[in-house]
Design a protein around this ligand. Structure first.
Ligand SMILES: *Cc1c(COP(=O)(O)O)cnc(C)c1O
Length: 391
C-alpha cells in the first residue's frame, strides 16, 4: 500500500503577518519579526508546469500524493502510516435530518490514530526528523498527542506529550501505548503549552505546538486538495469546520490559494464556516464583534476536547478566511453535540466525535441565519472517531 513518492520542499517560509521571508531549511518556530505563524511557500509556477492535476489519479492513496506541494524534501524522511485520502461521503439521510439536500461528510476518523491530527503530525514529525530533531514535544487537548506519539514512534524519535488530566481515557491509553512520555496537568491546553515551553527551553525539544511550527498546517491543508480532487476540481459551496486552533480551516484556505496558482481551480471559494462549543467560542465572539483578533476565552469548558482551545495563535488567519469567504462562525452547546452524535450516527453509519456532531448541529442555525442555501453542496467535517470519547 505504501507506494513510492516524489520529493517536495518549500522555497521559503513567510511571516503570515508582515510577509517577511525566512529560509525553509532552518528550524524556526514563530516568525522572528512579528511572533506570528509562518507559512511554507512553494515555487507554484514551476510545480504547476511539471505537475498536472490529472496525474494525481495514479498516485498513492494517502496525503503524500501531493508530495511536491509538501515541505518534506526527501521521501526517505516521510513517516507514513496511511494518513489522509479519507472518504467524502454524500449522505442524503443526514441531509434530510438537517434540511439540506446536498450534504457530505469528510470522514477524518479513518485516519491513523482516529483523527485528522494524523495529517498535521505526519508532516510536522517528518520535517522535524529531516531537520535533525530527536525529541519533539507538544501540548494537546488529546488527539494531537496521540498522533504525535504515533509518528514519533514510527519515525524512531522521542515524543513528550502534555495534556489536561481530564482528557478522555481512550486517548490517554493510546498515547501511553505508543511509547510517548505523557504528562498530565490540572488545567487547559494553554497551561500544558507553558509546560512544553519550559521543556523546549531547558532540553532543546522540538516544539510541535499548533502553528508554532510551520508544518502541521501543511499536513492539514491536504484536506483542501482532497476535497477539490474528490469533487472533480469544483470546490463545494460551503465547508463547516469544528474549530479549535483552526489549523485545518486556515490550511484548506491556503490550499485553495495554491491550487488557483497551480491552475487547478478558479477563483471561486467555499463559504468557510467555523463551529465552536458554546463553552469556548473565542472565534465566534470575535467574528460577531467584527474583530481581527480573538480575545482569550475565560473559563473554557466543553466535553469536545478538540474545541477546548481558549486562545488560538492563528486567530487572525481564521477570522480573515471566514470573512473573505462570506462564511460565518457559530457555537453549539455540549447538549446539542450529545444529541447529534446519535442523530448523525443513525442517519449515516458514522460514529462521529462530538466535534463532528457539532458541525451537523450547527446546520439548522446556519440555515436560519441565511448562510447556507438549499442548493449548496455542504461539507461537514467529522474530525475524529466517537470511540475516542467513550467514558
Ligand atoms: C484538534 C481537533 C479539532 C480542532 O481542530 P483545529 O484544526 O485545531 O481547529 C476538532 N476535532 C477534533 C476531533 C480534534 O482532535
Amino acid at each position: 500500500m505504501i507506494d513510492e513518492i516524489p520529493g517536495g520542499g518549500a522555497s521559503h517560509l513567510e511571516c503570515t503577518a508582515c510577509g517577511a521571508d525566512y529560509p525553509s531549511e532552518e528550524r524556526i518556530g514563530l516568525s522572528p519579526c512579528c511572533g506570528r505563524p509562518l507559512y511554507a511557500r512553494y515555487d507554484l509556477e514551476a510545480i504547476g508546469r511539471r505537475l498536472g492535476r490529472d496525474a494525481l489519479a495514479a498516485r498513492s492513496p494517502d496525503l503524500w500524493r501531493y508530495a511536491e506541494l509538501l515541505p518534506v524534501r526527501s521521501p526517505a524522511h516521510a513517516v507514513r502510516l496511511g494518513e489522509g485520502f479519507t472518504p467524502l461521503i454524500e449522505t442524503p439521510g443526514l441531509g434530510k435530518e438537517v434540511g439540506l439536500p446536498r450534504v457530505f461528510i469528510k470522514d477524518e476518523a479513518i485516519n491513523p490514530t482516529g483523527s485528522f491530527k494524523a495529517r498535521g503530525l505526519a508532516l510536522a514529525v517528518s520535517r522535524a526528523i529531516e531537520l535533525g530533531a530527536t525529541e519533539v514535544a507538544l501540548p494537546s487537548a488529546g488527539n494531537a498527542g496521540g498522533a504525535a506519539a504515533a509518528y514519533a514512534a514510527a519515525g524512531g524519535i522521542r515524543a513528550h506529550v502534555v495534556v489536561p488530566r481530564d482528557t478522555p481515557a481512550p486517548i490517554l491509553a493510546e498515547i501511553r501505548a505508543l511509547g510517548a512520555e505523557l504528562t498530565l496537568l490540572d488545567g487547559l491546553i494553554s497551561d500544558c503549552g507553558a509546560h512544553v515551553a519550559r521543556g523546549v527551553e531547558e532540553h532543546g525539544w522540538y516544539d510541535l505546538s499548533t502553528l508554532k511550527e510551520p508544518y502541521r498546517v501543511e499536513g492539514k491543508k491536504t484536506m483542501g486538495y482532497e476535497l477539490a480532487e474528490a469533487l472533480g476540481w469544483r470546490l463545494p459551496e460551503a465547508i463547516v469546520y469544528p474549530t479549535g486552533g483552526g489549523t485545518g480551516l486556515v490550511g484548506m484556505w491556503k490550499a485553495f490559494g495554491e491550487m488557483e496558482s497551480l491552475g487547478w481551480i478558479g477563483p471561486e471559494r467555499p463559504k468557510m464556516i467555523s463551529v465552536q462549543a458554546a463553552g469556548c467560542a473565542p472565534i465566534v465572539r470575535a467574528w460577531e464583534r467584527g474583530d481581527a483578533h480573538a480575545e482569550p476565552w475565560e473559563g473554557a469548558e466543553t466535553y469536545a476536547s478538540g474545541l477546548r482551545v481558549p486562545s488560538a495563535i492563528g486567530d487572525a488567519l481564521i477570522l480573515s478566511a471566514i470573512r473573505e469567504s462570506g462564511g460565518a462562525a457559530v457555537s453549539v452547546t455540549d447538549d446539542e453535540m450529545r444529541a447529534w452524535v446519535p442523530r448523525v450516527g443513525a442517519a449515516t453509519g458514522i460514529f462521529c466525535a462530538p466535534e463532528g456532531a457539532a458541525t451537523a448541529a450547527a446546520v439548522p442555525r446556519l440555515r436560519e441565519m441565511g448562510v447556507l442555501d438549499a442548493s449548496d453542496r455542504v461539507v461537514l467535517f467529522n474530525t475524529g472517531s466517537g470511540l475516542k470519547y467513550v467514558r
